[in-house]
Every structure is written in structure tokens, then in C-alpha cells.
Design a protein around this ligand. Structure first.
Ligand code: GAP
Length: 437
């Protein structure tokens, strides 16, 4: 993991937020190649969930919602972790994460003292803020801990305007905030992160719910493979009955073998019609669906597929990371699938004197591909930089290029070089991108 974290900083994927002030635990910034990688992941999710389907529409709702939202969803009452304080070192810990000795006493994680712990108290994970000029209870609001609740509160509006019929889904990508007690494993558990959530509404019927649950479970598992993640590192783990939220009848996690262990990427759950019913009860508004053809009215059940965007990016980074040896020299290479690589083609002139014609080639390719132009340092150094940011193809423009109209194109994975016509770069790249995908 240290190698990946160090590469992320060195090459501009991910930086610690406020680093110049010593950083702030649980907050991370994406650098120039990181933001492109993240955008590519979001685009790939949005296309497969919304753009390529007739039965899912998108929304973009606010981070702060009416506080009643979080009372209805149950977050105000129970979105909490049990916390204990060590009276000796004043540390605060999650009760379920501290070790016990043979006699059943907690071992304080900070200094391994036996500790003298307070009783466990519930610590709500929602960030609180105030809306308006007054800092009083009536103005209190929360930063959303999940993006899906506004999908439920907007259900009726979306149903009306989209003219969809059950079954259909509403999707959203956006920031969520959780005051995690122990943010850790790089971006895996952060306090500010992005979710990619789909709420798919179906008729409340055990058989129909099961059918769609299975469908989304398989579809989402396949999506990570299509993203380019190695299948052998992806797993589906069904929740045991005692792990399920009281309203959920089934839940499965998509997991990945991270360097720090197998961990959750996404949860697919059959939430029944709990959420809509809660909002009906709290808002006293009708959020039911009327099926005109069958003349029946019901509150739909929902199958949720809730993915973490930052966790997916971290998975892509861990999965792509590789070290190998080329001609006796060690190198780090990020083997991203070309469709999500931050840069697809790098144009590298052999000399700064070749800037004008090589920039022209780059400008043409930029219209279709994500390109980079780099003329600084030796060609070997430039290849290494491109390998570390995972650029699948590097084009070298040399002194013969102008007379013979050809360039050398190098494959990131094999380092094999081909001499091809400038007019062929486009087709060569497209064909080889497909081969790698
Ligand atoms: N609406 C359901 C929901 O939010 P969740 O299991 O709490 O379910 C869904 O979160 C996904 O959001 C997780 O699988 C994970 O990928 C991501 N996620 C949750 N907490 C996170 C955190 N602290 N940091 C990064 N990602 C997080």
C-alpha cells in the first residue's frame, strides 16, 4: 500500500488535503491525473446505469436537505458508532474495534495501557451545520451521509416528469460525509467521499423483488470486470441474517482483495418499501405509484446498488499497479484499461526543436483522445513517467518524422515499438485499445 500511496503523490493522482498545514485526517484531494481517472470512472458508471438504459433516469440533489429527511431515514436516531473514552490517555475509540485481554478488559490502542474506559456512548456520524445566520437548534442541518435519501424524497416529482413506470430506477453521483471515527487505508474510509447510487423501484412482491435483486447483483459484479478489474480479485459476499438492516430482506457486498485485505466496494440490497414508507409517514405526502393499466396503487419496493466512487478509484489504482523489469531496469507501471486511463496517448518529440510539427500531431489527436505532450528530459525518463501514470501508448516524433511522415509508437505493457504513418496513429490506437480492453 505504501508504494501505491507514494506513487499517487509523486505522479499527481491523490494528495492529502491541506498538506501544508499537516493534513486533516480522512480528507483527500485528487491531482491532475487523479481527477481525470475519477471522472472516467464516474462517466463509465453513468453511461452504463443511466445513458445506455431506458429504465433509469438521473438526478443531482443537494448535500444539505431538510433535517426531517434524516429523522425519517433513521439517521438522527441510529446512524452512530458505540464509542468509549480512555480516561488515562484521553483517546476515544470505537468500542467494537478495540482488542480485549484474556480477562475481557479493553487494551487501549494508543499506549497499550490497560486503560480505564467510560461506558460506551453512541456517537452520531453525521456532520452538523447551521443554515442561515442563527446558530440555534431550529437552524440545525446535516451534511448528507448518503446520497439516496433525496432520491426517495424526490420520487414523486421524478416519477411525474420522467413518465416512467414501475419498474424503473433513479441514479445519482455525489458527495457524502461521515464523521468516521477511524478513517483509514488511504481513501478507503474517508470523511468526505463520493457515492454512485442507484435506487431501482419495483412492485412490492417477494418474487419480483428477488428477481431484480439477482439482476442487479450480477449486473454490478460484471460492471467492475468491464471496468478492467481482475475477476479473481472480485468477490460477492451475501450478508448473514444478523448483518441485515431490520428493513432489508437481502444484501450482498461486492468485495475486492485490497493490499490491506478483502473489503467492501459496493452494497446491493433489497430495502423493501421501508424508505418510501418512512417519508410518507414523516411528510404526510402520498409517495405511492398508481398503475393505470392494472388499476392498482402501491408503495414501490426498492433494490439499491450503492457504490463508493473513491473506493472504486482506489480499486482501479491497486489493481493496475505493477512492477517489472525492462532491459535490466526496474519500473513501476500502471496497467489501466485504456478506456479509463487518464492519458491515452503521449506525444514525445525527440528534441525541443521538433516542437512545432509534433504539437500539431498532438493537437489533432487531442480532439479524439486524452493526450499529453511532454518534451522535458531524456526519452527514457519520459517513458517512465508515462508508465507510472498508466499511458497505454507513447508516440515519439523524431528527426525523420517530417520527411517520412512516420512516428514510433510504444506499447506500455510490452514496451514493443512500431514505426507507423502519422495518419495511422488514430486507427492503431483504437485497435490496440480494443485489444487491451
Ligand atoms: N445508501 C446506502 C449506503 O450508503 P453504505 O454501505 O453505508 O450504504 C455505500 O455505503 C458505499 O459507499 C460503500 O460500499 C462504500 O463504497 C462507500 N462508502 C461508505 N462509507 C465510506 C467512507 N467512509 N469512505 C469511502 N467510501 C465510503
Amino acid at each position: 500500500m505504501e508504494h501505491i500511496v507514494s506513487l499517487c503523490k509523486r505522479r499527481g493522482f491523490i494528495f492529502q488535503n491541506s498538506e501544508i498545514y499537516g493534513g486533516i485526517n480522512g480528507f483527500w484531494d485528487y491531482g491532475p491525473v487523479g481527477v481525470t481517472l475519477k471522472n472516467n470512472v464516474k462517466k463509465f458508471w453513468w453511461e452504463s446505469i443511466v445513458d445506455h438504459r431506458r429504465d433509469v433516469v438521473g438526478v443531482d440533489t443537494t448535500i444539505i436537505a431538510h433535517p426531517e429527511t434524516w429523522r425519517a431515514s433513521g439517521h438522527v436516531a441510529s446512524f452512530s458508532d458505540p464509542m468509549v473514552d480512555c480516561r488515562l490517555c484521553k483517546g476515544r475509540y470505537r468500542e467494537d474495534q478495540i482488542e480485549k485481554d484474556d480477562a475481557g478488559n479493553y487494551i487501549c490502542p494508543t499506549n497499550k495501557c490497560k486503560g480505564d474506559f467510560t461506558e460506551a456512548r453512541a456517537f452520531n456520524l453525521m456532520f452538523r451545520t447551521f443554515v442561515g445566520a442563527q446558530e440555534e437548534n431550529t437552524a440545525e442541518a446535516y451534511l448528507r451521509p448518503e446520497t439516496c435519501q433525496s432520491i426517495f424524497t424526490q420520487f414523486k416529482n421524478v416519477l411525474t416528469v420522467s413518465r416512467q413506470k414501475i419498474p424503473f430506477g433513479i441514479a445519482q453521483i455525489g458527495k457524502s460525509f461521515r464523521n468516521e471515527i477511524t478513517p483509514r487505508n488511504f481513501t478507503f474510509r474517508s470523511r468526505e467521499f463520493e457515492q454512485m447510487e442507484l435506487e431501482f423501484f419495483v412492485k412490492p412482491d417477494a418474487g419480483i423483488q428477488k428477481e431484480w435483486y439477482e439482476y442487479w447483483k450480477n449486473t454490478r459484479y460484471q460492471w467492475y470486470q468491464d471496468l478492467g478489474i481482475k475477476k479473481e480479485k472480485l468477490h460477492l459476499r451475501d450478508h448473514e441474517k444478523d448483518e441485515l438492516a431490520h428493513y432489508a430482506s437481502a444484501c450482498v457486498d461486492v468485495e475486492y482483495d485490497f493490499p490491506f485485505g478483502r473489503s467492501e466496494l459496493e452494497g446491493v440490497a433489497d430495502r423493501g418499501n421501508y424508505d418510501l414508507n418512512q417519508h410518507i409517514q414523516f411528510s404526510k405526502k402520498d409517495l405511492s405509484f398508481f398503475n393505470q393499466e392494472a388499476n392498482e396503487k402501491y408503495v414501490p419496493a426498492v433494490i439499491e446498488a450503492s457504490a463508493g466512487c473513491d473506493r472504486t478509484v482506489l480499486t482501479v489504482l491497486c489493481d493496475a499497479y505493477d512492477e517489472d523489469e525492462i532491459g535490466g531496469e526496474k519500473r513501476v507501471v500502471m496497467r489501466f484499461a485504456p478506456h479509463i486511463a487518464p492519458i491515452q496517448l503521449a506525444i514525445l518529440p525527440l528534441s525541443k526543436k521538433l516542437a512545432e510539427p509534433s504539437m500539431k500531431v498532438e493537437a489533432d489527436l487531442r480532439k479524439e483522445f486524452k493526450t499529453d505532450y511532454d518534451d522535458a528530459g531524456s526519452i527514457g525518463k519520459r517513458y517512465r513517467r508515462q508508465d507510472e501514470i498508466g499511458t497505454p501508448f507513447c508516440v515519439t516524433y523524431d528527426f525523420d518524422s517530417e520527411s517520412d511522415g512516420k512516428v514510433t509508437i510504444r506499447d506500455r505493457d510490452t514496451t514493443k515499438q512500431d514505426r507507423i504513418a502519422i495518419t495511422e496513429i488514430r486507427n492503431y490506437t483504437l485497435e490496440n485499445m480494443q485489444r487491451k480492453a
